[in-house]
Design a binder for this molecule. Structure first.
Ligand code: NI
Length: 191
């Protein structure tokens, strides 16, 4: 099932999401729906608040980034097989140099901007079989995790931009909020 993607301006994107209790929801079915929704919008990550659910869950699949790499472009090995579901995730540590990477967000179509974040992230989470994992990621995989993890804390990538850049994007963001936006997938606007 493909969900409409919640657009910038909806308060659900600004809430700190709640942990999921085991057996409370069908996380396997939900993760399938989230992947389907994400692929239909050509995204590489999708967090539950983006489909209107105030729960700590997100899915990622960074493999298309390497598949779409142009000839001569370097392959990011952090993305090999990087298709995962993160439930009740907790970032334990972020380390390394901050680096700039151009981010975008399915809830904020038409806007992309460089965001600085630390290179490496150590994260603890549950998978859909409720097995706990603690793993470390770097490169673009870490970046996707950091972006999606922000979503379950009610943070958007635009929050990380400089005041000047935010000012420059203000009109575009207001338009998205009003539903004046061109997206190639179904969105849900807050009224
Ligand atoms: Ni996003």
């Amino acid at each position: 099932m493909i969900y409409p993607i919640v657009a910038y301006g909806d308060p659900v994107l600004r809430k700190e999401a709640k942990d999921i209790k085991q057996g409370e929801i069908d996380v396997k079915k939900l993760s399938e729906d989230m992947f389907e929704t994400m692929y239909s919008a050509s995204g590489v990550g999708l967090a539950a608040p983006q489909i209107g659910l105030n729960i700590r869950m997100f899915v990622v699949d960074g493999t298309p980034i390497n598949q779409n790499a142009e000839e001569g472009e370097e392959i990011d090995h952090s993305l090999t097989g990087f298709k995962k579901v993160f439930i009740n995730a907790e970032i334990l540590e972020e380390s390394g140099e901050e680096w700039a990477y151009e981010e975008g967000c399915l809830s904020i179509p038409g806007i992309r901007a460089d965001v600085y974040r630390p290179e490496t992230v150590k994260i603890k989470y549950l998978d859909t079989d409720w097995v706990e994992h603690t793993e470390e990621y770097s490169g673009i995989a870490a970046r996707i995790i950091q972006h999606e993890y922000d979503h379950i804390d009610g943070i958007l990538f635009t929050d990380h931009l400089t005041p000047l850049k935010k000012q420059m994007l203000k009109k575009k963001l207001n338009n998205i909020q009003k539903g004046i936006v061109d997206a190639e997938y179904k969105m849900k606007f807050y009224k």
